[in-house]
Design a binder for this molecule. Sequence first.
Ligand code: ZN
Length: 296
Amino acid sequence: MPKPRVAVIGGTGVGEKLASATRGSTLPVETPYGHTSAPLVQANWDGLDIVFLERHGEGHLLPPAAVPYRANIWALKSLGVTHILATGATGSLREEIHPRDLVVPDQVIDRTCRRASTFFDEPGVTAHVEFAEPFCPVLRRRLLAASDAVQATVHDGGTYVCMEGPAFSTVAESRMHRAWGGDLIGMTCMPEAKLAREAEICYALLALPTDYDCWRPHDPTKDKRALLKEIISHAQAATELSILLLRGALRSMAANPPDACHCQTALELAIWSDRTRIPSATFERLRPILARHVKG
Ligand SMILES: [Zn+2]
């Protein structure tokens, strides 16, 4: 298999930690969707060239709904990125998913409602990608294979409920998310995962549960300050563990490139428009995404 071009999108905790630890050159990219969350950094980790992006921007100034998801994925695609490993802090909706565990989710329920969630929402081209399996199975296996070297429980699978936020759930909502089959609650993996699929980039997520969501009553002996301290301590521990796991997965990808998979041909049967009639302005806007399928 050809060598993968891998990007790491660092979420809350991991993003800040890696941004301060990652040295490399910045890659200037202009996109039709504005600026990326932060400058894209070209770095070398353990012999593998990667592109690093801090999802919430420098100083964590971008709340989940303000992350420029389309600019981020467009920019990564234009740089030839083939695989994205992303991280995200979450709350746990299950007793057995403890804070400090790690989860490699396999399903999503999208509850976001105020975000541009597709590259194909304007006249000019119609495309419907398959999204039954929202995370790349090949990349998920790489993350899980690297978990042996990490002193943490790593859960294989789970349903990530992506809420709009920024406020957290009510107790009734939290119970509803559990009743729906949700295992984790977070605010960022959508539309990121869907846009990656539309751009034919393999995408997998490493989720860091930092606390139980509000369906589970807090320990009444602890005040709010003590609880917050506990959450921060869980987040820091999970951050260290997830960076170790990511590095292990990246090393394995450098030594043994991942197999081809369906994410990388997601648009082949998805474009319903007459390809000869796609306007040049549409083609130019989506050039990195459409170039393999449509003649400009
Ligand atoms: Zn894939």
